[in-house]
Design a protein around this ligand. Structure first.
Ligand SMILES: Cc1cc2nc3c(=O)[nH]c(=O)nc-3n(C[C@H](O)[C@H](O)[C@H](O)COP(=O)(O)OP(=O)(O)OC[C@H]3O[C@@H](n4cnc5c(N)ncnc54)[C@H](O)[C@@H]3O)c2cc1C
Length: 416
């Protein structure tokens, strides 16, 4: 049995890439190591309206639990910056149902889905350059299907196998620059307003932020992620993500007053930020978390991953059908996804590094500087989870420049 494209990992990125490869005429196999799609979950499930649209889905009761229209940003000193987006800006979803919906869409386009099938390595044959310099490498993917070894022949492999991507390692490609450890519980939590998420930058979660995301008025997902360079080195239990979360739940006065003290669910996971310099090699493409395409400002990876997955599926299918699966041919994917996302991820990384290094005192000043009706209006109008650079640009050229200069120093100018 020979496939044009084999996609490793049936997460949202893998299913989307597989579907787009099939839509472009390829014979496609989608592999998932687990016995079920969408489980276990390592995600808050907060998806911007744009992320859902990028997955070519309409919001549906099948996977949407709640809609949110804004955020309450809580400074370390307790002051709150209320950002009301005035309309639905994001959905809180069941990742299990969301991932399954995408997998069903792939299968409906003719993708074969194989569960309990783990990719464990591959060999590549690199035939001599053919007509017109075309090089069609054949990949023999080694898998364990239901625990038994097998070899699957394909022209292209798309590694959509998440933050720990083994396909990246097997292909000799680098891993994303940094991985932020994240931790989250789902718990009874009496939200002030379930239309708003709550964000807590500062020493509760050094280098990133803590959050509460309402599933409904009574239950929220409460978590945080850390910048490991600033907060935690393996082995230091007192600074671990769990220790930070326990402290946050116990000692943040706002959260403590609403959190019941028990939990319904517990997840941990890594958030890869900073894509590697190269996401292709002969016969191989990487997409989604495997390619570090997650947004460094929010940790969200579905919008960016789906954007890249569609390109990956199309380029992989075309290359396989043309008989040229060389790294040179596949680099079209690398160029196209960077054209769409590269600048935003680069600016996001600068914002991540700048905000992450601010001390609590500086964050208090910054948040207080932003709390004016005119700046809040700008944030409401131009704030965008997926494109923070748009707001940054607007702020830089707004009539509040003196106030913002004081708050941000020269940072805003270094962004563009
Ligand atoms: C705590 C936390 C909260 C987050 N919250 C959000 C959020 O609110 N919104 C958002 O947009 N993003 C969020 N993210 C990021 C988001 O979860 C990821 O960006 C997204 O899941 C990436 O999708 P993916 O398909 O690339 O990878 P994954 O969803 O990780 O899917 C990879 C799949 O590959 C499978 N796999 C791995 N290795 C193999 C193998 N060798 N063989 C076969 N199968 C394999 C895995 O089992 C898995 O099913 C969060 C992440 C964390 C850690």
């Amino acid at each position: 049995m020979k496939y044009d494209v084999v996609v490793v990992g049936a997460g949202p990125v893998g299913s989307t890439a597989a579907r787009h490869a099939a839509l472009n005429g390829a014979r496609v196999l989608l592999l998932e190591e687990h016995a079920s799609v969408g489980s276990p979950v390592s995600c808050t499930g907060l998806l911007s309206t744009r992320a859902v649209a990028e997955c070519e889905l309409k919001p549906s009761e099948e996977f949407v639990f709640n809609s949110v229209r804004g955020a309450a940003v809580h400074a370390p000193d307790g002051q709150c910056l209320p950002i009301d987006g005035k309309q639905t800006r994001a959905y809180v979803v069941s990742r299990k149902s969301f991932d399954r919906t995408l997998a069903v869409m792939a299968v409906e386009e003719g993708v074969e889905l194989s569960l309990r099938t783990r990719a464990i390595g591959f060999e590549k044959t690199n035939p001599e350059a053919g007509e017109g310099g075309k090089k069609s490498s054949q990949v023999k993917l080694r898998v364990l299907r239901n625990g038994k070894p097998e070899t699957i022949a394909t022209s292209v492999v798309i590694g959509a196998d998440g933050v720990k991507s083994r396909i990246a390692s097997y292909a000799g490609l680098e891993k994303p620059a940094r991985i932020l450890p994240g931790i989250q519980i789902e718990a009874p939590y009496a939200s002030d307003d379930s239309d708003f998420v709550e964000l807590f930058p500062g020493s509760s979660a050094p280098g990133f932020f803590a959050w509460t995301v309402p599933v409904d008025e009574k239950i929220s997902r409460i978590g945080l992620a850390l910048e490991p360079g600033l907060a935690w080195k393996n082995g230091q239990e007192e600074n671990s993500p769990l220790a930070h979360l326990e402290k946050f739940l116990r000692s943040n006065p706002h959260v403590k007053a609403k959190y019941s003290g028990s939990m319904l669910d517990f997840v941990v996971g890594g958030i890869p930020i900073g894509p590697q310099e190269n996401t292709v090699s002969d016969g191989i493409l990487l997409a989604g978390d495997a390619a570090g395409q997650t947004k460094p400002t929010s940790g969200g990876g579905i919008y960016t991953g789906a954007f890249a997955a569609k390109i990956a599926g199309k380029v992989a299918a075309k290359a396989a059908l043309e008989g040229d699966t060389s790294a040179k041919r596949l680099s079209e994917y690398d160029q196209l996804w960077r054209k769409g996302l590269g600048k935003e991820l680069e600016i996001g990384m600068k914002i991540h590094d700048y905000v992450g290094k601010l001390e609590d005192r500086q964050l208090n000043d910054l948040i207080s500087s932003l709390n004016t009706p005119s700046i809040l209006n700008t944030i409401t109008e131009y704030g965008d989870m997926d494109h923070p650079s748009v707001l940054m640009r607007k702020l830089m050229f707004s009539g509040n420049s003196l106030r913002l200069m004081k708050a941000f120093g020269t940072f805003l100018r270094t962004l563009f």
